[in-house]
Design a protein around this ligand. Structure first.
Ligand code: ADP
Ligand code: MG
Length: 250
């Protein structure tokens, strides 16, 4: 592949461990942060996976703030919080960047997408999101409008659980859109639980757990294994789960 086509803006993130005030305090006490030294990013797509509460959003927020986004998500223009970082982690993170400068960017958070849609309505910028208020579209439609009309490549994009809004069919469409955007010199960091989205082949997957962060293969993720085992025999799995719960007296 022609190296000019390789999108690459962020090399890695490093925790400046000597500047951490206390590893027993949140957010430094989360194992993924407590054990963090340097995490290398894939030139195109890096995934964060792991149980709920394992620290994926915490690290993604820190990276986002470091890049100039608001913790609530959106574009740099929708960062209404001026001045201080909101996460105590942010100032202790160091990003290693290449000489390529991204021309676009977006931090998508399913959790606070509603607030972002309100900001877009307020500043009357709906044209770049498909010409219709994001509030007048379903969550999935409005997310897709953002993906199609607002995100146009040559940028760094951070997504936190994009699947929250999307049907399985739309998750497949997301894969296609990601592929096109990656072809247009984009770099993504995505926290996800979706075994569909995780299947994108040219990516690194970091698993967050009690022992820190480690790189794993797609087939080794819980997301893949649990979904595969379930779909092989849904009724059998349900029977096993419910029987166990009966034994526990639920
Ligand atoms: N303000 C806070 N104070 C203390 N703990 C918090 C705070 N916010 C989040 N946490 C905890 O930090 C951990 C990591 O959260 P998060 O990064 O959101 O996890 P994930 O995105 O992997 O589900 C969780 O155990 C959560 O309960
Ligand atoms: Mg999260």
């Amino acid at each position: 592949m022609n190296s000019l086509r390789v999108s690459h803006y962020l090399n890695s993130v490093t925790l400046k461990r000597d500047e951490v005030p206390d590893f027993d305090c949140y957010p430094f006490s989360i194992p993924a942060v407590r054990e963090l030294k340097t995490l290398e990013f894939h030139p195109k797509l890096t995934f964060f996976v792991g149980e709920n509460g394992s620290g994926k959003s915490t690290l993604l927020e820190g990276i986002a703030e470091r890049l100039g986004y608001s913790i609530e998500g959106g574009t740099k223009n929708t960062n209404l919080a001026m001045g201080e970082y909101r996460s105590p982690l942010t100032s202790r993170l160091m990003l290693s960047k290449t000489y390529n400068r991204p021309m676009d960017g977006f931090f998508l958070r399913a959790e606070s997408y509603y607030n972002f849609a309100s900001i877009i309505d307020e500043i009357g910028n709906t044209w770049s999101y498909g010409g219709k208020s994001l509030h007048q579209q379903s969550h999935g439609e409005s997310f897709f409008a953002t993906l199609l009309h607002r995100i146009d490549g040559h940028g760094v994009y951070l997504f936190d659980e994009p699947e929250a809004a999307l049907s399985p069919q739309r998750q497949l469409s997301l894969l296609v859109r990601l592929h096109d955007l990656i072809d247009e010199h984009s770099q993504f960091i995505i926290a996800t639980h979706s075994p569909i989205i995780l299947a994108y082949p040219d990516a690194w997957i970091y698993q967050f757990s009690e022992s820190g962060i480690e790189r794993v293969s797609y087939e080794d993720t819980d997301n893949f294994q649990i979904t595969r085992n379930f779909l092989r025999d849904p009724q059998g799995m349900i029977r096993k789960l419910l029987r166990r719960e009966d034994e526990r007296g639920f």
